[in-house]
Design a binder for this molecule. Structure first.
Ligand code: MN
Length: 148
């Protein structure tokens, strides 16, 4: 079974480009264009990671990250923000909302691949560890140094 990645992006061109790229990388791409679709997609089939556009028309895409971080079963899901806002203030807001990384548009696919691989590995460590003890994502980042 392929690893499912959810793309939340309101722009059709960007959404299709990200989904096509994911499929070429061997992932299964799921997509959503707004918050309601994103929540529905996550509830239907838990994604291994989420690529999240911050500006979904009038909606704040970061609500997806906040929601995931507050759901016990979903809280370690990697969220990579894909955004046109590369400003420092936006970066802070993005990271504070619980995103693991922030990639600015136009997307550098090498960076995206690196971040996606990195956070999927971290999530796998957290998943494995949480079976014996409760660890936080922060401590898993420390674990990464010796285990990945
Ligand atoms: Mn957008």
């Amino acid at each position: 079974m392929r690893t499912r990645i959810l793309v939340v992006e309101d722009n059709e061109f960007s959404r299709e480009m990200l989904c096509d790229w994911l499929e070429l990388q061997g992932y299964e791409a799921d997509s959503a264009t707004c918050l309601a679709e994103a929540f529905r997609a996550i509830e239907n089939a838990r994604p291994a990671a989420v690529l999240l556009d911050i500006q979904l028309g009038a909606e704040d895409g970061l609500r997806v990250a906040t929601w995931l971080r507050n759901e016990q079963k979903l809280r370690h899901t990697p969220v990579i923000a894909v955004t046109a806002h590369a400003m420092v203030t936006q970066q802070e807001r993005i990271m504070r909302a619980g995103c693991n990384a922030c990639i600015s548009k136009p997307v550098d696919f090498d960076s995206l691949k690196e971040q996606l691989n990195r956070w999927l590995r971290v999530a796998a460590v957290v998943e494995a560890d949480s079976k014996c003890s409760r660890v936080t994502l922060e401590s898993a980042i420390g674990l990464k140094e010796r285990s990945l």
